[in-house]
Design a protein around this ligand. Structure first.
Ligand code: SP5
Ligand code: ZN
Length: 348
């Protein structure tokens, strides 16, 4: 399987608010380096650099004023004389009436941000744009004779909505890729999100559409980030009703229970019969992940990698979360190499 990677991901290196202290974020550059090392170690396949895309595929998913905000907020922050990383401190809460977008950065950032775990600094926009290019380059491979590819994306994307960042995500890489496929010959795309956290951004982007099926296995929102979406009764709306599938699972879920949910999701994908499968691949379901609580073991990642391959679909894996940095390479590559071992399909 081909991997798309660029060392420009190092531009994303920011802090996070954890336990009342500002510390280096769990979503750190070493993550990608450990994965790259393991991709090389098992000889997964060629490693290529991302192609450069203009903003058109990004603007097909994201609000243009939101993109302008991401491009300019850091300079605005510096111009005010600030030095540290940029965090919001006020949000448009349920009790406040105004839906207007404030002009001052302090208000604007609250409008465009969904969680304070994600700070912004100098390289953030460039790295986020590049991460989307990594996903698009991997996705494009499906139109040039490859039946699978791995996008080694940093920062991740699945929490980013049309006009909000958070959960370490700025641009929704998997959503941008799905739309690109629909604009380049696909009629139906399924997105299977196996990250520990609910892919709220991806869900909301496609919630009223039937050309993208979204399925997510995740920690139940009563207990787990992002807390305000991911319930099983969120099934889509309008034309999208019946195309959104959530499998919320108790915090300490082990592989046996997790796989039962996966089997249900795979069955729904077969019923939908998509042209392409995109996998939001987060390995924060691992038993030793520092911010998550499922109990998957390293070998379980192999088991589910080959299960996904049994769909026999052209497939792109797009990296999301996973914070046990020492084991992130092994767990990620376990999914990819066992997928590849048993995968065969008709081309897209
Ligand atoms: C892409 C992705 O996986 N984003 C996840 C973002 C989660 N950030 C907030 C997590 C807060 C969880 N706090 C648990 C503390 C355990 N010591
Ligand atoms: Zn996650």
């Amino acid at each position: 399987m081909l991997t798309v990677y660029s060392n420009t991901h190092h531009l994303r290196n920011a802090t996070e608010l954890v336990g009342g202290q500002i510390v280096p974020s769990y979503e750190r550059p070493e993550r990608a380096e450990f994965i790259l090392e393991q991709v090389k170690c098992v000889k997964l396949g060629n490693i290529i650099k991302p192609a450069k895309f203009d903003l058109k595929p990004t603007l097909a998913i994201h609000d243009s004023a939101y993109i302008t905000f991401l491009q300019t907020c850091w300079d605005e922050w510096l111009a005010q004389g600030n030095k540290g990383d940029l965090f919001p401190f006020i949000w448009p809460s349920r009790t406040m009436p105004s839906k207007r977008i404030p002009k001052h950065l302090d208000g604007k950032i609250g409008y465009y941000c969904l969680s304070s775990d994600t700070s912004i600094n100098a390289g953030t926009w460039a790295a986020a744009k590049l991460s989307a290019d990594v996903a698009l380059t991997a996705t494009q491979q499906l139109t040039t004779g490859n039946n699978s590819a791995f996008a080694l994306c940093r920062p991740p994307g699945h929490h980013a909505t049309n006009d909000a960042y958070g959960g370490y995500c700025f641009l929704n890489n998997v959503a941008i890729s799905a739309q690109w496929l629909l604009d380049n010959g696909a009629s139906r795309v399924s997105i299977l999100d196996v990250d520990f956290h609910h892919g709220n951004g991806t869900q909301s982007i496609f919630y009223d559409r039937d050309d993208v099926q979204f399925l997510s296995l995740h920690g139940q929102p009563e207990q787990c980030f992002p807390h305000f979406s991911g319930y099983a009764d969120e099934r889509g709306e309008g034309a999208g009703l019946g195309y959104n599938f959530n499998y919320p699972l108790a915090p300490s879920t082990d592989y046996k229970t997790w796989q039962q949910a996966l089997d249900q999701a795979l069955e729904e994908i077969v019923n939908y019969s998509p042209d392409v499968l995109l996998v939001s691949l987060g390995v924060d379901t691992y038993e030793n992940d520092p911010i998550s609580s499922f109990k998957l073991q390293s070998d379980d990642f192999k088991t589910y990698g080959s299960k996904i391959s049994s769909l026999s679909l052209p497939t792109v894996f797009i990296l999301e979360g996973g914070y046990a940095v020492e084991e992130i390479g092994l767990n990620t590559v376990n999914v990819l190499s066992s997928f590849e071992k048993s995968h065969s399909c008709k081309g897209f």
